[in-house]
Write a protein that binds this ligand. Sequence first.
Ligand code: MN3
Length: 236
Amino acid sequence: MKKFVQSLINGVAIALIASMVFTAFPATSNAALVQLPPLPYDYAALAPSIDAETMQLHHDKHHATYVTNLNAALEKYPALQKQSVESLLQNLDQIPEDVRKTIQNNGGGHVNHSMFWTIMKPDGGGKPTGTLATAIQSTFGSYEAFQEKFNQAGANQFGSGWVWLVMNPQKQLQIISTANQDNPLMQGLYPVMGNDVWEHAYYLTYRNRRADYLKSWWNVVNWAEIEKRFVSSASY
Ligand code: MN3
């Protein structure tokens, strides 16, 4: 028992040190195969904006599959495991050709969804505050204008993809959309926030009404987390 407690304490200590060393945002993995992060709330926590079954399938099946496929590619090239997945996405041209597309799609899928779960929360919504609020105001004119532009870009993304608020190298906020699981890091842009517009993200509740999903999604947005990402984007 004593031994068990000691190993538990050691485990916690290692986890603490690891989190201190590796909190360089937005890395979600380090020097190892990737793990599916647990959903930080219950499947039903985001209802009615996102129903429980969608959350369960989305996290436990879709995200899990990206992790499995990514790891299968990383297992072939242990050297790649020494980099964060984010850094792999930033340097896709340096990845061996036979696994490049797999890492682009599944590494992107992993990084995108790891962010997605954290930028939502039960009883979310409201408006951003602080420096993010100021930046949105000065870039888009108003919070409402920003929201409308974001929704529009999400609705106009043809087929599967994501809509993003990104920080560009000129340190300006920008709204973009990407196809498939492409992450803005692949274009040298920092993903401040993004919404998943794949049908798997909304179809059970909203069917073909993507615009309704995009509107309702703001009710579960976690602005505190997005503001953290915005602050990190300044030093990117
Ligand atoms: Mn998805």
